[in-house]
Design a protein around this ligand. Structure first.
Ligand code: CA
Length: 227
């Protein structure tokens, strides 16, 4: 894939989590860390990750349970399980709960990276559902945006920003939250660029239709109004 892959690393051993994150960033990828399975559940539901790297031994709910609940929540993101135990039972259990691959600790970092990339490639070819907020729709695969039956022409950056809002309908998102989700880490963090793009988006998705769904929330950010 040309764009960076976005990885959610779920690991409670902080030094190891940091090491994995650093390695991914050096490889040009984006990575977030969750130290608990419970955190991974809401993080995976609120951001579009390409792949999840999930440790089995976690405080609170363990990796197996986290995996099971992610699948029950319809999170289809590929999951690579990290297990310290090389038992066949663990591997079977991991795959049975919905993991796509597993790696036994201690692992070679190059192998971890290769496996995460392979899983992310696989997910890039799996169809993602079309996002809908009211009569606004966005297809993450084809980048087609429409209001009702009217197709709307947007630049790829405008689509990325709109996708962030459409994944969080009715939620107030700060400029920083939009920046973090729609740009990769190498992008210069200027939050006023968001204001510029919000103006462009309004001119295309709202104004021609006589609606005002992309609202400014004074002092907080922006919100795509949910019906
Ligand atoms: Ca652990």
């Amino acid at each position: 894939m040309i764009r960076a892959m976005r990885v959610l690393v779920v690991e409670d051993e902080v030094p190891l989590a940091k090491l994995i994150r650093q390695g991914l960033v050096q490889d040009g990828q984006l990575a977030d860390v969750a130290v608990r399975g419970e955190d991974a559940l809401w993080m995976a539901a609120s951001a579009p990750y390409d792949v999840i790297c999930l440790d089995v031994n976690l405080p609170g709910i363990d990796g197996f349970e986290t995996c099971r609940r992610l699948r029950a929540d319809d999170v289809a993101t590929p999951i690579l399980m990290l297990t310290a135990r090389d038992g066949v039972g663990d591997r079977i259990m991991g795959l049975d709960t919905g993991a796509d691959d597993y790696l036994v600790k201690p692992f070679d970092f190059g192998e971890l990276l290769a496996r995460l990339r392979a899983l992310a490639r696989r997910s890039a070819t799996t169809p993602q559902p079309v996002l809908r907020v009211g009569d606004l729709s966005l297809d993450p695969a084809s980048h087609r945006v429409a209001r009702g039956d009217t197709e709307i022409e947007l630049s790829s950056k405008e689509v990325q920003i709109l996708e962030v809002f459409m994944r969080h309908p009715g939620e107030v998102l700060s400029r920083l939250q939009v920046l973090e989700r729609a740009w990769d880490a190498s992008y210069e963090n200027r939050s006023n660029i968001i204001d510029v793009y919000i103006r462009y988006l309004r001119q295309k998705i709202d104004r021609p239709f006589g609606v005002e769904t992309l609202e400014t929330v004074r002092g907080a950010g922006y919100r795509l109004r949910a019906p």
